[in-house]
Design a protein around this ligand. Sequence first.
Ligand SMILES: Cc1ncc(COP(=O)(O)O)c(C=O)c1O
Length: 366
Amino acid sequence: MSYKIFQIQPYFDHSEIKNLKKAIKTGWVTEGPFSGEFLDMLKTFTGAKYAVLANNGTLALFLSLLAIDVKEGDEVIVPDFTFNASAASIAFTGAKPVFVDISPDDLQIDTTKIENAITENTRAIMPVHIYGQSCDMDPVMEIAGKHHLKVVEDAAQGFGVFYKGRHTGTIGDVGMISFFADKTITTGEGAVVLTDNEDIFNKLKMLRNQGRPSSGTFIHPELGMNFRMTDLQCAVGVAQTKKFKTIEKIKARNHRLYEEYLKELPEIEFIKINDFSTFVPFRVNVKVPGLEELIDYLEKQGIQTRRMFYPLHRQPCFSHLNYKEDDFPVAREAYQKGMSLPIHCGLRKDDIRYICSSIKDFYAKK
Ligand SMILES: Cc1ncc(COP(=O)(O)O)c(C=O)c1O
């Protein structure tokens, strides 16, 4: 189906094309000058001491878990309400993902539930920063310290988001940010892994590059794989990073317009934004009654929406973990009521007005 308003749209202009032309002319297609520049920009922007690129966020999480030696027999705590890749990356190490519920207001991991999920096999906690703000990292770090656990931050959606002045992904032992097509800045596919720990950085470097410290040699001191990006992607990444402030501004304006147009509609419940976090809107996320009917109605108006995450404990691929259907009621409610509306930089004021008046029409007709 073709939509009048799509859920996502990258914010590209002449600057990505210029960089891509340059990359092609220089002949560097695998990691080269743009990769170096992109990596430096990301370190400066996030304040991370060390960083490595990875080919996507899912593999960046997998790489991070490998770098802190998570393996079969271990357990890693992860919120029940996140994209499946958070838990899949854990499962692919051979470890067991252990789910905890989320808070009803902000839909982030409920940090008061983490300690109950800790067993003698727990090795790490994976907090996930979703929908453009951070989760509350102080309690996560405190619990991790008390129980000698590592913290791997899934900041896939967290580019530009700061928790108490620190960029998401730089607070735990290791963290990653995704540059997938719907993310705040995009390279199509791609990600960065951040750490302040030199040992973890050295492991990341070996693991991502065939078990050798740098390319150009056929001697591999360790086993590794290929988690590299291309210079073409990084050429786009450099242009995108330079545009972050503009992207942030447009998305904040779009979010404000939705709030203004929908404020008199009692059916719409916006997700709470925490004082401890900055907010770089990642979709407009609301809880609504009559979700499925509303989504169908908006589809007919040519508006592409998304439901929120299907809780991990109900995912067919994790049925062997034997969770019960009514475990994690908050995550379940978020799925039953949660809808994401488009917020991309291609939206005009009139588009947002059209989306909001379509929602108003739907409830007026009920
Ligand atoms: C919370 C979360 N974790 C992990 C991922 C995986 O990232 P990628 O799509 O780059 O593999 C995503 C993204 O799509 C995500 O939203």
